[in-house]
Design a protein around this ligand. Structure first.
Ligand SMILES: NC(=O)c1ccc[n+]([C@@H]2O[C@H](COP(=O)([O-])OP(=O)(O)OC[C@H]3O[C@@H](n4cnc5c(N)ncnc54)[C@H](OP(=O)(O)O)[C@@H]3O)[C@@H](O)[C@H]2O)c1
Length: 353
């Protein structure tokens, strides 16, 4: 009987955690593997949705008595507070777990303290196993909690020369159906989709998550947010069609920034208060420029079509830089072909907030 090492079990726990992607907010993704004293897997679990059982509780329920004297391998520090469910630290102690292996400590002061409680009860705790991998899997949630605002991805679709429309304003469709299906999958991983009123007036987008072939809506829809200083969103705009929750964020509600437009840091703070941990900024170029110049974009996902326009508006309007030394520096982390197009992912080297 070989048994499984804590390191191998953590790899499995990280994979399990990822199954909750898009449904756990405002909670994190968490995976847990329980090993008996011989190192055999006796329970597995992940946190599937807010209000549902935590990963540790799912795994403990499977393991029953076999958890006694064993090891719990968890991607995030077990919580120590009673929210919608009881503290996981207490459940692990009651189940007689002897050792707990944690990848990442919980940055959320409300839930943290599990490690301390476990140690105080005589449970051996190790922290930091596969920490980088677990951090990467929970990047949006961890960044959001540390900054007190949603993790923001700016997504755009453009020609290879960075144009989002032709000189006469026509723009449908620059990228392929495959790329648009991919965008809907991306929307399915976030809690809110954000667009400027300029885009709503020009394109009247739905901003829902749906099957492009038959229009069927996904069960879980992100909040649709229109950034609209003066409330110009028409009453019959598609974003108000009731297919998903919508918030038209005006200066009156959020407050004004320097140019009398919606204050973007405050908008994100309010979204965080409403439970949004990951948001997708879908443009257009004016709003994207404003978010980028405020240092509020955490990830850029560009869909590039093998097409050239030469003239027409660019994907990004004024984003701050006046001279080359002020350029917004990014790092490419992924380039994936999607149908005939490319999906390029990059991270700004520096963000604020
Ligand atoms: N290819 C793509 O990926 C893509 C995606 C989206 C849009 N588009 C295209 O983009 C075009 C629309 O672009 P756009 O630049 O006019 O629209 P936009 O960026 O969606 O909206 C700009 C508007 O947002 C409002 N806003 C509120 N607070 C703001 C703030 N703090 N900073 C900046 N703006 C703020 C402003 O209007 P108020 O002052 O009235 O609030 C501003 O005029 C359309 O033609 C559309 O097709 C393309």
């Amino acid at each position: 009987m070989g048994g499984v090492s804590a390191d191998e079990a953590m790899r499995r726990a990280i994979a399990l955690a990822a199954r909750g992607l898009g449904t756990t907010s405002p909670n994190p993704l968490v995976g847990c593997v329980l090993l008996d004293p011989y190192g055999d897997v006796v329970g597995e679990g992940f946190h599937a949705y807010a209000g549902g059982p935590h990963a540790e509780i799912v795994a403990l329920a499977q393991a029953g008595e076999r958890a006694r004297g064993g090891t719990a391998v968890v991607t995030l520090e077990p919580c120590d507070h009673t929210g919608r469910t009881g503290p996981c630290s207490g459940a692990l102690i009651s189940a007689g777990v002897r050792r707990v292996v944690v990848a990442v400590a919980d940055p959320n002061p409300v839930a943290a303290g599990g490690i301390e409680r476990l140690r105080a009860a005589g449970v051996e705790v190790e922290v930091g196993i596969r920490a980088a991998e677990a951090e990467a899997g929970n990047l949006a949630w961890l960044t959001a909690v540390r900054r007190g605002r949603p993790y923001l991805t700016w997504k755009y679709a453009a020609t290879l020369d960075g144009r989002i429309a032709a000189a006469d304003g026509t723009s449908m469709w620059i990228t392929s159906e495959a790329a648009r299906i991919d965008v809907h999958a991306l929307r399915g991983t976030v809690d809110a989709v954000i667009a400027g009123v300029g885009t709503v007036l020009a394109d009247d987008p739905r901003l829902t998550v749906r099957n492009l072939r038959d229009g069927t809506l996904a069960i879980r829809q992100p909040l649709r947010v229109v950034v609209d200083s003066a409330g110009r969103t028409p009453l019959d705009a598609r974003v108000r069609d009731g297919a998903a929750p919508t918030w038209v964020a005006t200066v009156k509600e959020v407050g004004a920034g320097p140019e009398g437009r919606v204050e973007l840091a405050e908008l994100l703070a309010e979204l965080y208060r409403r439970g949004v941990r990951a948001a997708l900024l879908e443009g257009g170029p004016t709003l994207a420029g404003a978010f980028l110049s405020a240092g509020l974009v955490d990830r850029v996902v560009g869909y590039l079509a093998p097409k050239l326009l030469g003239a027409g508006p660019a994907a990004l309007a004024d984003a701050g830089p006046r001279t080359i030394s002020e350029v917004i520096d990014l790092e490419f982390t992924d380039i994936t072909p999607v149908g005939p197009d490319l999906r390029v992912t990059a991270y700004p080297r520096k963000t604020e907030g």
